[in-house]
Design a protein around this ligand. Structure first.
Ligand code: PLP
Length: 390
């Protein structure tokens, strides 16, 4: 009954772990959920107020399918202010979260048989979206720092290569590409005449002296070959509002708009008004949230470092710690299943990100839960792996 196309789609692995965590919570257990992919902050109240006003004012009808003009303008203004990037409104489309913006672009760019280079570890949805569109994900494992070099990119390119997907800061590793690294990668993209999709949804969440650079900002030629995706989801703690966007070549954006107009139509009208308030209003929330994440990042990494058998580095951006469990366990799925079942601690197996022998822990959870979670993981490892002391 189910089509071959639909049957081939794997459900998102992060959502699978999350639903297991919820199941145990419903059953009355205190679960420490390190699997969440969203800030644990409430959406700032000035944003919620604008949404309430939009409802009361009857802003509840269809909007243009690609987004309201004032939101596109606000997105263009942020690109100019934050990244020095100039986009006209017809180069921007507003979608249902970053996820739909990514899917639209992959659909708009990829023909059956086209190859898409995906540096790994990589976020779960890219490869599925590429496959749904008939493309072939070409996995290129990152170096020790989880990033790929320009040389690696060059070697992975074939006559069928159409696109590179870059995600900096990265989910799951928190790796951030420097402007210098991006420059070298950009040169290969331009020379080889491929395209790049730059997923920058964690761009505002970077730590220490890290600076987020958009590859599109590194010159006219790479600008013309880049599609940038972003969203209000992570930056403003607005994951449920479902507003994201893509920017790039006007013809491809128009194709995305055509697809969107025949599938979902516009993103929620009220959420668009809320996103407008987020982008044009005060930005101190983003700084406060990031400093709170910075403290929890330190707490989680320091706690994990004390546990024998785990190897971990400080992530430079996003809100995930990428933990090497290979000294004690090769099968990350087995590790995570036993961890949730025995200690009610949810973590995402690295296999979901094409990197076996690792797990991803989110530190978008309270400091009390981080402490409790570290204790439980430590006890779990002693009980499960005590025999083969690392
Ligand atoms: N890109 C990355 C790397 C993500 O981690 C996520 C969400 O987890 C998204 C895109 C999708 O974001 P949104 O919730 O706006 O669809």
């Amino acid at each position: 009954m189910i089509s071959k196309k639909a049957a081939a789609i794997a459900p998102s692995a992060t959502l699978v772990v999350d639903s297991k965590a919820k199941e145990f919570t419903r059953a009355g257990f205190k679960v420490i959920n390190f699997s969440v992919g969203q800030p644990d902050f409430d959406t700032p109240s000035h944003i919620c107020q604008v949404a309430k006003k939009a409802i009361d004012a009857g802003f509840t009808k269809y909007t243009p399918s690609g987004g309201i003009p004032e939101l596109k303008q606000a997105i263009a203004d942020r690109f100019r202010k934050d990244d020095g990037l100039i986009y006209r409104p017809n180069q921007i489309i507003v979608s249902v979260g970053g996820k739909q913006a990514l899917f639209n672009l992959i659909f708009g760019l990829i023909d059956p048989g086209d190859e898409v280079i995906l540096p790994t570890p990589a976020w779960v949805s890219y490869a599925e979206q590429i496959s749904i569109c008939g493309g072939k994900p070409v996995l290129v494992p990152g170096r020790k720092d989880y990033k790929i070099s320009a040389d690696q990119l060059q070697r992975a390119i074939t006559v069928r290569t159409k696109l590179l997907i870059l995600n900096s800061p990265s989910n799951p590793t928190g790796a951030v590409y420097s402007a210098k690294e991006l420059n070298q990668i950009a040169r290969v993209i331009v020379r080889k005449k491929i395209w790049v999709l730059s997923d920058e949804v964690y761009g505002k969440i970077v730590y220490g002296n890290q600076k987020h650079t958009s590859i599109a900002s590194l010159g006219k030629e790479i600008y013309e070959r880049t599609f940038v995706v972003n969203a209000v989801s992570k930056t403003y703690a607005m994951t449920g509002w479902r507003i994201g966007w893509a920017a790039g070549d006007a013809k491809v954006i128009a194709a995305c708009d055509a697809l969107q107009s025949q599938t979902t139509s516009n993103a929620c009208s009220i959420a668009q008004k809320a996103a407008l308030a987020a982008l044009t209003g005060p930005q101190d929330f983003v700084r406060q949230m990031t400093s709170s994440f910075a403290r929890r990042r330190k707490q989680l990494v320091e706690g994990l470092k004390k546990i024998r058998g785990l190897k971990v580095d400080l992530p430079q951006g996003a809100f995930y710690v990428w933990v090497d469990i290979r000294p004690i366990e090769a099968d990350s799925g087995r590790f995570c299943t036993r961890l949730i079942e025995k200690k009610k601690v949810a973590a995402v197996p690295g296999s979901a990100f094409f990197a076996e022998g690792y797990i991803r822990l989110s530190f978008a959870v309270s400091p009390a839960d981080i402490k409790e979670g570290i204790d439980r993981i430590s006890a779990f490892i002693t009980e499960e792996y005590g025999r083969n002391k690392p």
